[in-house]
Design a protein around this ligand. Structure first.
Ligand SMILES: *Cc1c(COP(=O)(O)O)cnc(C)c1O
Length: 391
C-alpha cells in the first residue's frame, strides 16, 4: 500500500471512532487563562498544580543561570554534559526525598524506560496496576521482561499473582497518584505484599510530589513510607514543580547501577543546566509556600462539593487536584469538551487508549493559580452544557 493512502485510512478511522486528537496552540505562559487564536480561555487541564510554571522567581533563576551555563548542555551526562547545576539539583532532590541519592533524567517518560529496562531483563517479572502510566508499560516492553497486570488497586489480586509466579527478580510498579483518575495507590498494602514475597517496589509519583503529604513531599510522605518500604522512587519535574525533567531517588547502589545500565540516561543529551537551576529554585518555593497546597486543597473541596450538588459524575480522590468526570463514550466527552470550548473554557477530553474503553472523560485539574470564582464559572458551565448534550 502507498504510504499516503495508508496514513489517510488511519486518520479516517480515528475520526469515525471519535478518537481523532488535535492540539490547541496557545500564545503565552501556562496560566489559568490561555490565549488561543486571540481569544481568552479559562483552562482546567494543566499539571501545573502549584502555579509555578510561570512564577517570576523561577524565571529569574533560569535567566541568571543562562548567563553562567548558556543554553544547551552540549553532551550526554557521561561525556561532558554533567554540570554543577545538575549535580546541585540531584543533591537537592536526594535531600527533598530523604534518600541517599537522586539521578536526573530528561523526561519522566525516559526515566521510566531507563529505570525498568536498566534493572530488569528477559527472565524477570514485572507486576503492574492496570491503570499505570503508559511510560511504565513501555518500560516493561523495552525490558523484554514478562509483564503481569493486576486490576486497579487490587492488592489481593497482586498477592495471588506473586504467589503463582516465582522468578529471581520481580518488580512491582505503581503510580502513586493515578494520572487520569486522581486516585491514590494503596501503598501501605502494596509495600506489605511486596515485602512478603521478596519483590522490589517502585513508585512513580509524578502527580503526588509537591502536592500530597504534610510538607508536599508526595505519596510516600502522605502514607509515611520510607526508602526501605519503597526503594525505587521516581518523580517528574514538569508537573507540580512547573519546570521540566524527571528523576529517580534511592540508594547509592541503585543510582550507580542506573548510571551504568539505563540506556535512556546514557544515550541522550543532558537536560539544559538552566532547567536544573530553575528546578532547584522551584523545589525551594514548593517547600516553603505551604499556602499553595492549602489553597489548592480548598479549590478541590469547592469543586467536589459543587459538583456533588449539581449531580456531576464525580470520581477520583478528595486529596488530589485531578478531578475527572467520567462520561463513557468518547463522543460524549468530546461533545462536552467542545461545548465548554465555545463558552471559553478549556478542558480536554481524554479518550481510549489513554483510558480504558467506556471511560472517556473530562480530566479536570486544578491549580493553586486558580481563583474560587473561576471554579464557580467552571461548575456552572459544566452543569449547563451537560443538560444540552445528547450523545
Ligand atoms: C506525566 C507522567 C510521566 C511522564 O513524565 P514526563 O516528564 O511528562 O515525560 C510519567 N509517569 C506519570 C504517572 C505521569 O503522569
Amino acid at each position: 500500500m502507498i504510504l499516503e493512502t495508508y496514513l489517510h485510512s488511519i486518520l479516517a478511522q480515528r475520526k469515525a471512532e471519535g478518537l481523532y486528537r488535535k492540539r490547541h496552540t496557545h500564545q503565552g505562559a501556562q496560566t489559568p487563562t490561555l490565549l488561543i487564536d486571540g481569544k481568552t480561555y479559562l483552562s482546567f487541564c494543566s499539571n501545573d498544580y502549584l502555579g509555578l510554571a510561570a512564577y517570576p522567581e523561577i524565571i529569574h533563576a533560569l535567566s541568571q543561570s543562562a548567563e553562567k551555563y548558556g543554553v544547551g548542555s552540549g553532551a550526554a551526562h557521561l561525556i561532558s554534559g554533567h554540570s554543577t547545576a545538575h549535580q546541585a539539583l540531584e543533591s537537592a532532590l536526594a535531600h527533598y526525598t530523604g534518600r541517599a541519592r537522586a539521578l536526573l533524567f530528561s523526561t519522566g517518560y525516559m526515566a521510566n524506560l531507563g529505570i525498568i529496562s536498566g534493572l530488569l531483563g528477559r527472565d524477570d517479572l514485572i507486576f503492574m496496576d492496570k491503570l499505570n502510566h503508559a511510560s511504565l508499560l513501555d518500560g516493561a516492553l523495552l525490558a523484554r521482561a514478562k509483564l503481569l497486570r493486576y486490576p486497579h488497586a487490587d492488592v489481593a489480586a497482586l498477592d495471588r499473582l506473586l504467589q503463582a509466579n516465582p522468578a529471581r527478580h520481580r518488580l512491582v510498579v505503581t503510580d502513586g497518584v493515578f494520572s487520569m483518575d486522581g486516585t491514590l495507590a494503596p501503598l501501605p498494602e502494596l509495600v506489605a505484599v511486596a515485602q512478603r514475597h521478596n519483590a522490589w517496589l517502585m513508585v512513580d509519583d509524578a502527580h503526588g510530589l509537591g502536592v500530597l503529604g504534610a510538607h508536599g513531599r508526595g505519596s510516600l510522605e502522605h502514607h509515611q513510607l520510607d526508602s526501605e518500604a519503597v526503594p525505587i522512587l521516581m518523580g517528574t519535574l514538569g508537573k507540580a514543580f512547573g519546570v521540566f525533567g524527571a528523576f529517580v531517588a534511592g540508594s547509592d547502589a541503585l543510582i550507580e547501577t542506573l548510571i551504568q545500565t539505563a540506556r535512556s540516561y546514557i544515550y541522550t543529551t543532558a537536560l539544559p543546566p538552566v532547567l536544573a537551576d530553575a528546578t532547584r529554585t522551584s523545589l525551594q518555593i514548593a517547600d516553603k509556600d505551604q499556602w499553595r497546597r492549602d489553597k489548592l486543597q480548598a479549590l478541590v473541596n469547592q469543586f467536589r462539593s459543587g459538583a456533588e450538588q449539581l449531580g456531576l459524575p464525580l470520581t477520583g480522590s478528595a486529596l488530589t487536584p485531578i478531578q475527572p468526570l467520567i462520561l463513557g463514550k468518547p463522543e460524549r466527552a468530546t461533545a462536552l469538551s467542545e461545548a465548554l470550548y465555545t463558552r471559553g473554557i478549556l478542558v480536554t477530553a481524554i479518550r481510549p487508549p489513554t483510558v480504558p474503553e467506556g471511560t472517556a472523560r473530562l480530566r479536570v485539574t486544578l491549580s493553586a493559580a486558580h481563583e474560587p470564582e473561576q471554579v464557580e464559572t467552571l461548575l456552572y458551565h459544566l452543569s449547563d452544557c451537560l443538560k444540552h448534550i445528547h450523545v
